[in-house]
Design a protein around this ligand. Structure first.
Ligand code: 13P
Length: 254
């Protein structure tokens, strides 16, 4: 899977153009079924992007960047699962580090959202990742295991198998710095082992673990060649059709 997190970039109109440009590049470069490609516009762009995907019959998933866990109610500013499924969303990013830092997301709220996304028939892309201080203290492994255990608690084994987890070291996001592919793989392997301990070996085999943080066309295939990395969650490079499609192409070559 290669997923593009557009963050707080693109108006609705810009998003419609971007998804068309991506589709054009992918048609040229990509065997449609080889990988899942998902685009995650801001809420305001979802309808326009969804319309393009439907009218052009694009083989592309559509994700939101957040969702509230309640079905409806007096929750000013929040968006529900039903609002997203009506617009044919297939995925929801949950617990991105920017949501944790700027919007007070906790492991507990992440877990409520993950379960609500599954209950609505969509696929959560649950994010985890350590700060540089945690890494320097050699506590990455225990920190990530705890984040995954809390975020993925209370699922069925079948849901756990369908879960997507994005490992995004916070210090690598938007910084141009990345862990070595080997060290990223160490963490993604630990994430898989954590899911295995919680839900059994089939779930561990099937859960998809992505790497995110300064993924570019130049470094993508290094990450994709690691055995426990199943794709990428891409930020900055997802905002340009040529770089995003080059990353998707690299994933196909895995
Ligand atoms: P960058 O690819 O811009 O580092 O962002 C990664 C990210 O946060 C994707 O969710």
């Amino acid at each position: 899977m290669v997923a593009g997190n557009w963050k707080m970039y693109t108006t609705s109109g810009e998003g419609a153009v971007l998804v068309q440009d991506i589709a054009e590049e992918l048609e040229r470069e990509l065997d449609d079924d080889a990988i899942d490609v998902v685009v995650c516009p801001p809420f305001t762009g979802i309808k326009a992007v969804s319309t393009v995907i439907e009218l052009d019959h694009l083989n592309m998933g559509l994700g939101a960047q957040d969702m509230f866990w309640e079905a409806e109610g007096a929750f000013t500013g929040a968006v529900s699962a039903r609002m997203l499924t009506e617009l044919r969303c297939t995925h929801v990013i949950v617990g991105h580090s920017e949501r944790r830092e700027f919007f007070g997301e906790t492991d507990e709220t992440v877990n409520k959202k993950v379960r609500a996304v599954f209950a609505a028939g969509m696929t959560p892309i649950m994010c985890c990742g350590e700060t540089l201080a945690t890494r320097d203290a050699l506590e990455t492994d225990s920190f990530i295991r705890a984040q995954v255990m809390a975020g993925a608690a209370g699922l069925s084994a079948e849901e756990a198998a369908r879960l997507v987890i994005a490992y995004e070291p916070i210090w690598a996001i938007g910084s141009g710095r990345t862990p070595t592919p080997e060290s990223a793989n160490d963490v993604t392997r630990a994430i898989r082992a954590t899911i295995g301990a919680m839900y059994g070996p089939p779930a561990a085999m099937q859960v998809r673990v992505l790497y995110g943080g300064s993924v570019k066309p130049e470094n993508a295939s290094m990450f994709f060649s690691e055995p426990d990395i199943d794709g990428a969650l891409v930020g900055g490079a997802a905002l340009k059709a040529d770089s995003f499609s080059a990353i998707a192409k690299a994933a196909c070559g895995k």
